[in-house]
Ligand binder design. Structure first.
Ligand code: COA
Length: 172
């Protein structure tokens, strides 16, 4: 074996989510709901809510999972940016990686997959809303070509404090 990958067996794959992935996805997500401001959801998702979320993202909008040795180690999704029809060419992404897998390229693989799909599905741009101070998410998005376009001041509140939201956008 030679080259930079010598000795490394790459086992991770990124694929579209299926309904059977709902429990693993919500376990990763609910951990952030309960312990961080990465999401401003305040109540953990039930299995049924997570399954509905997946059902609504099996066409134009999608959920991808990163799978390593048959374990789901992260997921990412494309969602509608706004409800009104005139916003239909814009999508919003979100990416969540299991805590013990942060910093190993899982987020990059998921967001790369989402951008490929967003391009293939004809979206014009992808938005990301990242809370101020989420350096990992900011770095991930900037690494994949997102630029900072503004700040929504104190639009969120969680754990007893006001939260600024940073808007990032990647034109496709
Ligand atoms: C944000 C998150 C998805 C990033 O995923 P990840 O798998 O840890 O990130 P990766 O290893 O793919 O790194 C992607 C890039 O970000 C950089 N990065 C990752 N973590 C970083 C950190 N804590 N500080 C600075 N840069 C960081 C990496 O250097 C990498 O850049 P490169 O590819 O140019 O070298 C992950 O940390 C996470 O799930 N956080 C909790 C949930 C969350 O905040 N989701 C986003 C909501 S907006």
């Amino acid at each position: 074996m030679s080259g930079p990958a010598a000795g490394i067996v790459r086992t991770m794959l990124v694929r579209p989510a299926v309904l059977e992935d709902a429990d693993a996805i919500r376990t990763i997500y609910n951990h952030e709901v309960e312990t961080s401001t990465a999401t401003l959801d305040l109540v953990p998702r039930t299995l049924e809510v997570q399954r509905d979320y997946l059902r609504s993202r099996m066409g134009t909008y999608v959920v991808l999972v990163a799978v390593d040795h048959d374990e789901i180690v992260g997921f990412g999704s494309l969602s509608p940016y706004r409800e009104r029809a005139g916003y239909n060419a814009t999508a919003e992404d979100s990416v969540y990686v299991r805590r013990d897998r942060h910093g190993h390229g899982v987020g990059r693989a998921l967001l790369t997959g989402l951008l490929d799909i967003a391009t293939a599905h004809g979206f014009h741009s992808v938005m990301a809303k990242i809370i101020s101070g989420n350096d990992a998410s900011r770095a991930l998005h900037e690494a994949l070509g997102f630029t900072h376009i503004g700040t929504e001041r104190e639009v969120g509140r969680k754990f007893g404090r006001w939260i600024d939201m940073e808007l990032f956008q990647r034109m496709l």
